[in-house]
Design a protein around this ligand. Structure first.
Ligand code: HEM
Length: 478
């Protein structure tokens, strides 16, 4: 009887609660979607977006719609996906700080297939591990060793590939250098034939990342998958050899990322599988060599086009060389003195963002500026639209590094070439060291003049900025 009364009371309470919610409670306000249009059926606004991506004009695509809808977020449809496009410093801050709560990184299908570990490693886990590994590499005990490797390799590369030449294609050579350095730092490989072999395979592998994932003989994606299998086989041999070395000598120095990864355990004390380690190393190499090669090439192009800044930078680098004597190899303190040079590079990255923006996916409904972005929608955060906004950079097309030297006010979250928050590029500091060390060696020994003064900078694979001819120059020894 008591049981019956109890169940009756519970049922009654549920019914009353239901009636109250649906008949008496104030109806919940429906939050609107962001303004904008989904464009044409299926293709949406993909064509306009890809064209602007290719010409490095995504900021115009975004600004046009931001002005039209008078909103820093608008909806569109790209590659068959509903997308909310964000811009402005508040949006940057929102996306960076809400990183893991509301959003996850988005891996396109081609990336998922080329990196098999993505099927069992969550993307957020990935970033944290990458940051751990790199921070070890850059701690105060190890950083001077890394800088001296960068310095010696820059010197060696310039001696072998630039010295005595009247003309060079800058992007091709710099890419070979940044690749050689990255593979050495991440895997310990030093043998130049082995490096060249990896380099050729990596070029094919990287092309697949942005291709349609059609795995059929002859397609770009098929060739990339094949290159991936070969690269993984070679990595397996390197991993096995390193494991043996570590077994023989437990104090083997953690001189490269690979040794670090072999030593990394997750919360449950589990080590990474070979597939995971190879994917991580490949991720580091891909994240590193093209971005830094592009940045160095663009910096050289801007330097030559802006003689007033060029002279100041030469002066800064000469002063560092004078103060170093009798020491020959660069160290951390020298890098800290390269302030004008790094400001110049920052202004290059503001003007021509190497990465124009990033994609995320909403893992729950997100409310932003009175609009809702439904769960499952993709988010595109445009760096370029903010970096070229005259509200924050009064003359956005004028090249002026002084804002990065503390002259004038740099509004926080306006120039974010490396992203921000918990998913910020883990290689930011590595990139700064690599770029500055290479520029120091270059400026000490060479001057150059563009062979194609009107050469355009495009984004041929929709990803990175590249001068169309690879920036061919006439070279002069100092
Ligand atoms: C000028 C050079 C570089 C630029 C402009 C750059 C920019 C970026 C940006 C914008 C992201 C995406 C961040 C996000 O999704 O919020 C990223 C991610 C990444 N970068 Fe860099 N990067 C550079 C150099 C490097 C270097 C040298 C390394 C390796 C040492 C590296 C490794 C990575 C990795 C592994 C990721 C993926 C992180 C993750 O989401 O798990 N990057 N980078």
């Amino acid at each position: 009887m008591e049981l019956f009364l109890l169940s009756f009371a519970i049922t009654l309470a549920i019914i009353i609660n239901f009636l109250f919610k649906y008949f008496f409670a104030k109806p919940k306000e429906k939050i609107p979607l962001a303004p904008g249009t989904f464009g044409w059926p299926i293709i949406g606004e993909t064509i306009q977006f890809l064209i602007s991506l290719y010409y490095g004009l995504v900021h115009e695509f975004v600004q046009k719609r931001t002005n039209k809808y008078n909103s820093n977020v608008f909806k569109t449809s790209l590659l068959g996906q509903n997308v909310a496009v964000f811009s402005g410093p508040a949006a940057n801050k929102f996306i960076f700080t809400n990183g893991n709560k509301l959003l996850i990184g988005y891996r396109p299908p081609s990336v998922q297939k080329l990196f098999p570990s993505t099927s069992f490693v969550p993307i957020e886990h990935d970033t944290k591990r990458a940051q751990n590994v790199i921070s070890y590499f850059l701690n105060s005990k190890n950083v001077d060793k890394l800088i001296s490797t960068m310095d010696n390799m820059s010197h060696f590369h310039l001696e072998n590939h630039w010295k005595g030449k009247n003309e060079v294609i800058v992007y091709d050579l710099v890419k070979l250098f940044t690749f050689s350095l990255s593979i050495r730092a991440f895997t310990g490989i030093e043998d130049s034939d082995k490096i060249l072999n990896f380099y050729e395979k990596f070029k094919i592998f990287t092309q697949g990342l942005l291709a349609m994932d059609i795995n059929f003989p002859g397609t770009t994606f098929y060739k990339a998958m094949k290159a991936g299998i070969e690269l993984r086989k070679e990595m397996k041999a390197i991993i096995e050899q390193r494991r043996e070395e570590l077994l023989e000598n437990p104090n083997f120095p953690k001189v490269d990322v690979l040794t670090q990864l072999l030593d990394e355990q997750d919360g449950d004390g589990k080590y990474m599988t070979e597939v995971e380690i190879s994917d991580k190393v490949f991720g580091f190499i891909i994240g590193s060599y093209d971005t830094t090669a592009t940045t160095i090439t663009l910096t050289m192009k801007y330097l030559q086009e802006k003689p007033q800044f060029f002279n100041e930078i030469i002066e800064e680098q000469n002063e560092i060389s004078r103060q170093m004597k009798p020491r020959k190899v660069l160290c951390w303190d020298d890098i800290q003195k390269m302030r004008k040079t790094w400001s110049f590079v920052n202004e290059v990255l503001r003007n021509k963002p190497v990465v124009q923006g990033i994609f995320r996916e909403a893992i729950e409904d997100i409310t932003y500026e009175d609009f809702v972005i439904p769960k499952g929608w993709k988010i595109y955060l445009s760096f370029g639209a903010t970096q070229k906004n005259d509200e924050y950079f009064p003359n956005p097309n004028k090249f002026d590094p002084s804002i990065f030297e503390g002259k004038g006010e740099l509004v926080p979250y306006t120039s974010v070439p490396f992203g921000g928050g918990h998913r910020m590029c883990p290689g930011k500091e590595f990139a700064r060291l690599l770029i500055l060390v290479f520029l120091h060696n270059l400026l000490k020994n060479f001057r150059w003049k563009a062979k194609v003064p009107s050469e355009k900078i495009l984004y041929p694979f929709f990803l990175l900025a590249i001068p169309t001819d690879g920036y061919p120059v006439n070279l002069y020894n100092v």
